[in-house]
Design a protein around this ligand. Structure first.
Ligand SMILES: NC(=O)c1ccc[n+]([C@@H]2O[C@H](COP(=O)([O-])OP(=O)(O)OC[C@H]3O[C@@H](n4cnc5c(N)ncnc54)[C@H](O)[C@@H]3O)[C@@H](O)[C@H]2O)c1
Length: 325
């Protein structure tokens, strides 16, 4: 099948594009390189901004595809609180443009656990009402709704994958996470341990209602996420109905537990300081991913915390400048 991967020069997108190519799909990546890296995806690439409707239309006219996997978005909760309009344009307009330009094409969408807000249940399943606490989560919930309306009208099926926290790198350290600036906890903790974060690691809130007072998140290896996209496309090519699926492990780790895991993997101390809570952050997000197993046969197989952290350490040690080198 010919698959369009948007945002395929980014972290999760490039990992997925590589796996799709290995699975004998023909992969076409579109990315504007606003955040991504050319070196992350060695295959076919068109560089343009998906917010530009006429560019998307021209691309679609020249490149019919069998399926779309849409990663391109801005993905920083704090930035979305400060710049909500930028997030609504960045995260919703490309979905609309792609749906208009590729009528009927099966669509796999990168959604997020940020759509849930802060439910009180220990593990979050897909039946919970969506109540995002920040504009980032709200844009993801709105895009899901757009895709649901399109599907209800018989204009194209979708699978929305609600990732919990993506982390880790390819075995051997040739391919990994490089955000600029890096805002994710595991890479920041590794950078701090390796002496590459001048200011050390900030821990946003040590007074949350959790056992050690720090946030709890569910970390899933990027290789497991990539696998879920391949399965989701197969599911849609089998004419199965549209659905929304959590991707996580069902096990949460606090920030302090992550710091300890990074200290063990690097044999270095992680220098950290307590900072105030960030606006829009929930205390705890842990997935119930039963449905992804039932519908796709998906399970997180590479997501043991030690493996995630170890793979991230190898990537950072081998690539001190990320892809910039
Ligand atoms: N990283 C996580 O833990 C996480 C968790 C939940 C959901 N997600 C979602 O997964 C997706 C990928 O996340 P990531 O961490 O790989 O992000 P990333 O920033 O590494 O990748 C996004 C890619 O999209 C490109 N892009 C952004 N806007 C574009 C536009 N208008 N036109 C063309 N290209 C554009 C960027 O250049 C980048 O290469 C995002 O949709 C994000 O919201 C990520």
């Amino acid at each position: 099948m010919r698959i369009l991967v948007t945002g395929g020069c980014g972290y999760i997108g490039s990992t997925t594009a590589r796996l799709l190519a290995k699975s004998d799909h023909e992969v076409m990546v579109v990315d504007d390189l606003s955040e991504g890296h050319r070196q992350a995806w060695p295959g076919a690439l068109e560089i343009f901004d998906l917010r530009d409707a006429s560019a998307v239309q021209s691309f679609a006219a020249a490149n019919p595809v069998d399926g779309i996997v849409h990663f391109a978005a801005r993905a920083y909760v704090g930035e979305s609180v400060a710049q909500p309009l930028r997030y609504w344009r960045a995260n919703l307009v490309p979905v609309l443009n792609l749906c208009e330009a590729f009528p009927g094409t099966p669509f796999v969408f990168s959604s997020s656990c940020a759509t849930y807000g802060q439910p009180t249940t220990a593990r979050l399943d897909e039946s919970l009402p969506l109540a995002p606490l920040n504009p980032y989560g709200a844009t993801k919930a709105a895009a899901e709704r757009l895709l649901q309306d399109r599907a209800d009208a018989g204009q194209g099926a979708f699978v929305a994958l609600r990732y919990f926290n993506a982390a880790g790198a390819a075995a051997g350290g040739h391919h990994g996470e490089h955000h600029q600036p890096e805002n994710h906890l595991i890479p920041r903790a590794v950078m701090a341990a390796l002496g590459r974060l001048a200011e050390g690691l900030q821990v946003f809130g040590t007074d949350w209602n959790t056992p050690d007072g720090t946030n709890i998140r569910d970390y899933v290896h990027v290789a497991d996420l990539a696998e879920a996209h391949v399965l989701a496309l197969d599911y849609l090519f089998d004419d199965q109905p549209s659905t929304v699926l959590n991707l996580g492990t069902g096990r949460g780790y606090s920030v302090l537990e992550i710091i300890r895991a990074v200290e063990e993997a690097t044999s270095q101390a992680v220098p950290w300081t307590a900072a105030p809570r960030r606006a829009g952050d929930p205390a705890e997000l842990v997935a119930d991913a039963t449905r992804a197993f039932e519908m796709l046969g998906w399970q997180a197989e590479h997501s043991a915390l030690e493996h995630i952290v170890q793979s991230a350490v190898v990537w950072h040690r081998k690539n001190p400048q990320g892809y910039s080198a």
